[in-house]
Design a protein around this ligand. Structure first.
Ligand SMILES: [Zn+2]
Ligand SMILES: [Zn+2]
Length: 222
């Protein structure tokens, strides 16, 4: 069986390319959680779409963890701790669904510069060709949990308001000095995709319903 978060291997990696969603298919696919800390995990895939690594989602928001992930589907975790996927608040109230977004991370294996360029410009020489290889694909999943305050920004489609709120909650190492612009850029890219591909409606997270109780706009199934 395919893991719930893995994209179809043949699908293009660009998030806009698979923005068409079957809205009747909500709720979200079942995410992986950690058996040990009961918190969300993200997955990394190889270029065949096979999971090669699990990571604590909170770790990817700059909060270190003291153990290795022990993955299990969320419904197998008694009393999962559902953090806000945006600001990390431990009391997510809503779950949103958007296109399954992935980030392809490539590593540079060689840079080729023209000899003439190099002789005259040295380190300023333009790379004529940069060879890269696929390092891993970071899957962010289709479901995004949000605390009540982050959800207010999402409902208002206030991208910059949301980024501003999240930046305030991040550890200093991600927002100090020149890191701030880089971090804001990453959040902008990630959240733009979320806003662009949001499926109508949202699920209310309640005890016993970690994937949310979904409302649907009038006229939409089911
Ligand atoms: Zn854990
Ligand atoms: Zn939040």
């Amino acid at each position: 069986m395919r893991p719930p978060h893995s994209p179809q291997p043949a699908e293009p990696a660009h998030p806009c390319a698979n923005a068409e969603l079957d809205t009747s298919a909500a709720p979200v696919p079942e995410p992986f959680y950690c058996r040990r800390c009961r918190r969300a995990l993200n997955v990394r895939l190889d270029n065949q779409g096979v999971i090669v690594e699990y990571l604590h989602a909170a770790g990817q928001r700059g909060q270190p963890s003291d153990h290795r992930p022990e993955p299990a589907p969320i419904t197998e975790i008694p009393d999962p701790i559902i953090d806000c996927d945006f600001c990390s608040a431990p009391d997510a109230a809503w779950i949103y669904r958007c296109a399954d977004r992935v980030t392809d991370v490539r590593r540079v294996t060689a840079q080729v510069v023209a000899v003439g360029d190099y002789q005259t410009r040295h380190h300023a020489a333009r790379a004529r060709r940069t060879d890269t290889e696929h390092a891993f694909t970071q899957a962010w999943g289709e479901g995004w949990s949000a605390c009540a305050r982050c959800a207010d920004f999402i409902e208002a489609r206030d991208l910059y308001g949301l980024i501003g709120r999240v930046v305030e909650t991040l550890p200093a190492k991600l927002t100090r000095g020149k890191h701030l612009m880089h971090t804001r850029g990453q959040l902008h890219e990630r959240y733009s995709d979320v806003f662009d591909t949001l499926v109508p409606g949202r699920g209310r997270i309640t005890p016993g319903h970690p994937l949310g109780l979904w409302n649907h706009p009038t006229g939409e199934a089911p």
